[in-house]
Design a protein around this ligand. Structure first.
Ligand code: ZN
Ligand code: ZN
Length: 294
């Protein structure tokens, strides 16, 4: 799969550019080696017919919970193999992952409904399932997040795309996910936003906050770290949110943004130290809760 090959290639460059993150990169190396051999065939997507342009105009992303047809046993097998990778190469949550794995092995847990629940940010469903499995909701969500992200990237590579038309929201037109990074493109520095779940990009307004819509330039600022001109952090003093932005004119084009996100953890620390909060899914676990990242 092209998107996995692209990430493995970028990982090689990042190891040279940011040796301080080598342990995190080791983890992603192992993860991509595993994903490169997977097909994502457990997922079939039915895009809704008809009134799409109407719902798009109303701010609904193309994919809804009922769009996902998930083959439960195949998805379960994929998750068990993914858990094995996380247990071998990750750092945290091993006991919780073990409990999820046992429930899958014994047929006590049908993971299929959680696919749409993850994309649709159904907090209650995750809390309930996690309680049944006696596991941390953050670990269950992290696992599902990796699986959903992989399957949606694979589907996009096969041609899945949002419908043409205007989209002015701060969340993804395809799956409703929040931007993981922004990117400045072209001579005039157009802002593109990149979805943290499916990888879809869409145009953002450069002089407004993607979270609260604030357009008051007095309260919109950005900072950079040292002489690293390829990356900046946009902050909004009205809602105290931040968004990391890659300047592709400096850092390079067509970078896989989920990986750029990982490789700029130092910018998260700087922004959070100043009291800014990251734009994230409304029930996302804290950054520090992800196994393998700490
Ligand atoms: Zn998306
Ligand atoms: Zn704001």
């Amino acid at each position: 799969m092209e998107f996995i090959a692209q990430r493995r290639q970028r990982l090689t460059q990042l190891r040279r550019l940011r040796p301080q993150f080598s342990e995190i990169f080791d983890f992603y190396d192992s993860l991509y080696a595993f994903l490169a051999k997977q097909s994502g065939e457990f997922l079939r997507i039915d895009t809704p017919p008809g009134q799409v342009s109407v719902s798009q105009a109303q701010g609904f992303p193309l994919l809804q919970g009922e769009s996902f047809q998930v083959d439960g046993p195949a998805f379960g097998a994929f998750l068990r193999a993914l858990i094995a990778v996380l247990q071998r190469h990750g750092r945290q949550g091993k006991e919780d992952l073990g409990r999820i794995d046992a429930a899958l092995a014994e047929g006590r847990f049908d993971p299929a409904p959680l696919f749409g629940a993850y994309v649709g940010r159904e907090r209650e469903r995750f809390a309930k399932t996690a309680a049944e499995l006696a596991t941390e909701p953050a670990i269950l969500e992290y696992l599902l997040g990796l699986a959903c992200s992989f399957a949606l990237h694979a589907a996009r590579e096969e041609g899945l795309a949002p419908r043409d038309g205007e989209w002015r929201q701060g969340y993804c037109p395809l799956c409703g996910g929040v931007p993981v990074m922004g990117e400045l493109l072209g001579d005039e520095g157009r802002l593109m936003l990149h979805c943290g779940t499916c990888g879809q990009s869409w145009p953002g307004a450069r002089r407004s906050c993607t979270v609260c819509g604030n357009r008051d330039e007095q309260t919109l600022e950005y900072f950079t770290a040292g002489d690293d001109q390829g990356y900046r952090v946009n902050v909004c003093r009205k809602c105290d949110s931040y968004l990391k932005v890659v300047d592709s004119r400096e850092a390079g084009q067509n970078l896989p943004m989920d990986l750029e996100d990982i490789a700029t953890l130092h910018l998260d620390l700087l922004a959070q130290r100043e009291g800014f909060t990251r734009v994230k899914r409304d029930y996302a676990p804290g950054e520090g809760d992800k196994p393998g990242l700490n």
